[in-house]
Design a protein around this ligand. Structure first.
Ligand SMILES: Nc1nc2c(c(=O)[nH]1)N[C@H]1C(S)=C(S)[C@@H](COP(=O)(O)O)O[C@H]1N2
Ligand SMILES: [Mo]
Length: 444
C-alpha cells in the first residue's frame, strides 16, 4: 500500500485553514480529518453562527479554486450540463432555514458503545441556506424517466484505500422544492469546512445526504453500492435489543431526522430562585409542537414556552421559568412534533449509533456559591506504545480518533481490520500487541 503524493498535499492544504475561524469552546473530536462539535451552550442561538457550527469530514478538506470549479450533470439526462457558479446564479434563487444534523449525533451516549466519532450533543446546527432548487437544475438537464437516483460526488479525495464519500438521493427527494444546491450559509459564501463552493441541502434529513464540495450529479436507474450507501448510514427497520447484531437485509438507509431537544442553559450550576431553563428543539418535515421540561429526572413534567417564530425545518427556541431551591437536580427536556412523535426516555439502539434522540439527563447544582470543579484524573500511563502504532496508525490521523473510543477487544479487532483495509501498513506480527494496547487503554 502506498501513500499518494495527493494525500500528502491535501494534508498540507487542510493545515492552511486558520483554527481561529472557530470559537475557542469547540470540542475537537479530531483535528484532521476535521471533526468539531459545538458545546451545549451553543444551543442558546436559533441560528448557529459559522464559528460555532459543527464540522464533520470523513477525509481532508479539499481546497477548491473557483475559476476551475464546475458542476457536471450527467448520466440518464437528455442534455448533460457543465455549470459554473455564475450559471447556477442565473436560475431562480431559493433560500430556507434548516437544521443540519449528523446521523451520528448522540453516538457517544449509546450503551453499549460502538465505534465511530463519539458525538454527544453538538453535531447539529441551524443555518440559513441560499442557492437554487435542485429540481430546477435537473429540469435544465432533462432527466430521463428511467432515472431513480441522483449520485452526488464532491471534490474531497479519499485517503489511500478508503472508499470515496459518495451518496445518492432518490429522485423524489431530489425533486422536492426544498432540496437545494446552496452556495451561501448565513448570508456568506460557504467556508471550505462546510462545502465551498456548493453543497446539497436536504431539509429534514440527516446530514450524510448533504454532500459538500459538489462537483458531479449523475442520474442512475439503480441503487448505488458504494460503501457510504451500502454499508454505512444504515439502521435496522425494526426494534432490536441493545448490543444485538442485525442482518444486512434488515438495514435501511438513514433518511429523516428524529424529533429532539437540547438544554443550553443553566449548565451545571445556578443560584437559587427563578432559573430560566432554555434551549432549542427540532424535528423532521413535521414541525415541533411542544417541549416539556423535568427537574426530577423525568418523573414529572411541565410545559415550556416556545419562544421563536417557527420555520419549517429550523431550530425552535423554548424557555421555562423554573423555581429552584438549593439542591441537586436532573434537568431533562422532551420535544414532540405535529406527527405525534415524542422524544423517548431510551434511545433506539442500533449497531452504528445513528439518530439518538433520547431525552438526556443534565445534572445541575442549585446553590448560593459555585461548587469547586471536580478534580481531573491524571493519567498514570506507563504501558509503552506497541511496535507499529505510530507507523501504521498516525499516517492519516492522530490518536484523537482512538482516545474517544470505548471499545472491547473484539470491537478494536474490527476497527483495526477496517483501517488495514483502508491502507494502514500494519504487519501481521504487530497486530496482537496493538490490539492489547488499544483494548487496554480505550476500553468501555
Ligand atoms: N463530500 C462530502 N460531503 C459530506 C461529508 C464528507 O465527508 N464529504 N460528510 C457528511 C456528513 S457525515 C456530515 S454530518 C455533514 C457535515 O456537514 P458540516 O461539516 O458542514 O457540518 O457533511 C456531509 N457531507
Ligand atoms: Mo455525519
Amino acid at each position: 500500500m502506498s501513500f499518494t503524493r495527493r494525500s500528502l498535499l491535501l494534508t498540507g492544504a487542510a493545515a492552511l485553514l486558520a483554527p481561529g475561524d472557530y470559537a475557542a469552546d469547540m470540542i475537537t473530536l479530531s483535528p484532521s480529518p476535521k471533526d468539531l462539535e459545538m458545546p451545549v451552550e451553543g444551543f442558546i442561538d436559533e441560528i448557529t453562527p459559522v464559528e460555532h457550527f459543527f464540522v464533520r469530514s470523513h477525509t481532508m478538506i479539499p481546497e477548491v479554486k473557483l475559476p476551475s470549479w464546475k458542476l457536471e450533470v450527467a448520466g440518464l439526462v437528455g442534455s448533460p450540463l457543465t455549470l459554473t457558479l455564475d450559471d447556477l446564479k442565473k436560475l431562480p434563487r431559493a433560500e430556507l432555514v434548516s437544521v443540519l444534523e449528523c446521523a451520528g449525533n448522540g453516538r457517544g451516549l449509546y450503551q453499549p458503545h460502538m465505534a465511530g466519532a463519539q458525538w454527544r450533543f453538538g453535531s447539529v446546527g441551524n443555518a440559513r441556506w441560499t442557492g437554487v432548487r435542485l429540481k430546477d437544475v435537473l429540469a435544465k438537464a432533462s432527466v430521463k424517466p428511467t432515472a431513480t437516483q441522483v449520485l452526488m460526488s464532491g471534490a474531497d479525495d479519499p485517503l489511500a484505500a478508503m472508499p470515496k464519500f459518495q451518496r445518492t438521493l432518490e429522485v423524489a427527494k431530489a425533486m422536492h422544492p426544498d432540496t437545494l444546491l446552496a452556495w451561501e450559509m448565513n448570508g456568506q459564501p460557504l467556508t471550505p469546512e462546510h462545502g465551498f463552493p456548493l453543497r446539497l441541502i436536504a431539509p429534514g434529513w440527516a446530514s450524510d445526504s448533504w454532500v459538500k464540495w459538489l462537483t458531479r450529479l449523475e442520474l442512475l436507474d439503480h441503487d448505488f453500492d458504494g460503501f457510504w450507501m451500502k454499508t454505512a448510514y444504515r439502521h435496522p427497520n425494526k426494534h432490536i435489543a441493545p448490543g444485538a447484531s442485525v442482518d444486512a437485509k434488515d438495514l435501511v438507509p438513514v433518511t429523516d431526522l428524529n424529533v429532539k431537544s437540547v438544554i443550553a442553559h443553566p449548565g451545571e450550576w445556578a443560584l437559587p430562585g427563578v432559573v430560566t431553563v432554555q434551549g432549542v428543539a427540532w424535528s423532521n418535515a413535521s414541525p415541533v409542537t411542544k417541549v416539556d421540561v423535568s427537574a426530577d429526572g423525568g418523573k414529572t413534567w411541565s410545559t415550556a414556552k416556545l419562544t421563536s417564530t417557527p420555520t419549517k425545518y429550523g431550530f425552535r427556541k423554548w424557555s421555562f421559568a423554573w423555581k429552584a431551591a438549593a439542591g441537586q437536580y436532573t434537568l431533562m427536556s422532551r420535544a414532540a412534533n405535529a406527527a405525534g412523535q415524542v422524544q423517548p426516555m431510551e434511545p433506539e439502539w442500533n449497531p452504528s449509533g445513528y439518530l439518538n434522540n433520547a431525552t438526556q439527563p443534565m445534572p445541575v447544582v442549585i446553590s448560593a456559591t459555585k461548587p469547586a470543579p471536580a478534580a481531573v484524573a491524571v493519567a498514570t500511563d506507563t504501558q509503552p506504545e506497541p511496535d507499529g502504532y505510530k507507523t501504521a496508525c498516525f499516517i492519516c490521523h492522530d490518536d484523537h480518533m482512538m482516545q474517544q473510543q470505548h471499545l472491547t477487544r473484539a470491537q478494536w479487532d474490527k476497527e483495526v481490520t477496517k483501517m488495514t483495509g483502508w491502507g494502514a501498513p500494519l504487519k501481521d506480527e504487530q497486530r496482537n500487541g496493538l490490539l492489547d494496547y488499544l483494548a487496554g487503554h480505550y476500553k468501555p
